[in-house]
Design a protein around this ligand. Structure first.
Ligand code: NDP
Length: 324
């Protein structure tokens, strides 16, 4: 029998965790023939809630689910992990300065990175969902010197999927008709959804919409979609975030010709080496590769640079705080 793949989820008792765990256990993360064990990491006060979720997982009698562990110690939760979904993070509270937010998250993602370094399986793949995701991923990566840096990634797949659906609605085509969508930069309001390489029926998307729609509607709608959902639902987007995490890891493991993911920069497209920034990527043989050779015009350059500058500022801030 196949050895189960161990998937560790942090913040497992939260909203995204609740939307995520059942899909992992049902085989949607890795494939319908891959058995899994789930490791749930929570802060001590949320362990009881995680136990409740585990009871519900038991009650689904998922054929692929071979075990559930719950821990409040990252050294235990990441022991032997093959996939780590870092969802739990310190949310920004009213009146909180950015430095406070970064510091609080440094206290979470530094020790988690070290625990991954010391205890995870050799093939560990890490996806950071908890915000500020790119910089949290950088902090974790910097605390895991023995793990190849390319195994640390942050999620921009939800932004990518939002961009696909906004464009599909605008043009009245199914999302499956849209190829080569790209999100660049930081998972924040500065992110840049790029339609200059996106194709529908072989034609460039940017040439099929008004420039004013692209600039004044499309880009801000994608970037601010999270706030619009909070406004409508009275709670943040959890199911769509979980869905994007599933898509990211599924494609990383099983391959894709083109999607968006925040991965460690090798200097491509002028993004400083080492930053965890979103790029157009393919996945081959279980590894992300940045799609090369795209021409970047002045409109795109300005927006990519602005988002990358924000990532550099976040990196400099966590450096100054001694978090990396
Ligand atoms: P959610 O499950 O809704 O969100 C978790 C994180 O994902 C937040 O940082 C959130 O960022 C981020 N996120 C990324 N993309 C999205 C998106 N599109 N929509 C919404 N959130 C997104 O939070 P809950 O408060 O329900 O749950 C968090 C859980 O994490 C709690 O159970 C808490 O106990 C736990 N936790 C665990 C830790 C650990 O295991 N060591 C450490 C810290 C917390 P944003 O804040 O910007 O919305």
């Amino acid at each position: 029998a196949q050895t189960p793949v161990k998937v560790t989820v942090t913040g497992a008792a939260g909203q995204i965790g609740y939307a995520l765990l059942f899909r992992i256990a049902s085989g949607q993360l890795l494939g319908a023939d891959v058995p899994v064990t789930l490791s749930l990491l929570e802060v001590p006060q949320a362990v009881k809630a995680a136990e409740g979720t585990a009871m519900e997982l038991d009650d689904c009698a998922f054929p692929l689910l071979r075990g559930i562990e719950i821990a409040d110690d990252p050294n235990v939760a990441f022991d032997g992990a093959n996939v780590a979904l870092l969802v739990g993070a310190m949310p920004r509270k009213a009146g909180m300065e950015r430095g406070d937010l970064l510091e609080a998250n440094g206290g979470i993602f530094g020790p988690q990175g070290k625990a991954i370094n010391d205890h995870a399986a050799d093939d560990i793949r890490v996806l950071v969902v908890g915000n500020p995701a790119n910089t949290n991923a950088l902090i974790a990566q910097q605390h895991a010197p023995d793990v190849p840096a390319e195994r640390f990634t942050a999620m921009t797949r939800l932004d990518h999927n939002r961009a696909l659906s906004q464009l599909a609605a605008k043009l009245g085509v199914p999302v499956t008709e849209i190829k080569k969508m790209t999100i660049w930069g930081n998972h924040s309001a500065t992110q840049y959804p790029d339609l200059f390489h996106t194709e529908i029926g072989g034609k460039i998307a940017a040439e099929q919409v008004d420039e004013s729609w692209l600039r004044d509607t499309f880009i801000p709608t994608v970037a601010k979609r999270g706030a619009a959902i909070i406004d409508a639902r009275g709670a943040s987007s959890a199911a769509s975030a979980a869905n994007a995490a599933i898509d990211h890891v599924h494609d990383w493991v099983n391959g894709t010709e083109w999607t968006s993911a925040a991965i460690v920069s090798d200097g491509s497209y002028g993004v400083p080496e080492g930053l965890i920034s979103s790029f157009p990527v393919a996945s081959r043989g279980g590894r992300w590769e940045i799609i090369q050779g795209l021409e970047i015009d002045a409109f795109s350059r300005e927006r990519i640079d602005a988002s990358v500058r924000e990532l550099e500022e976040e990196r400099d801030a966590v450096r100054k705080l001694g978090l990396i």
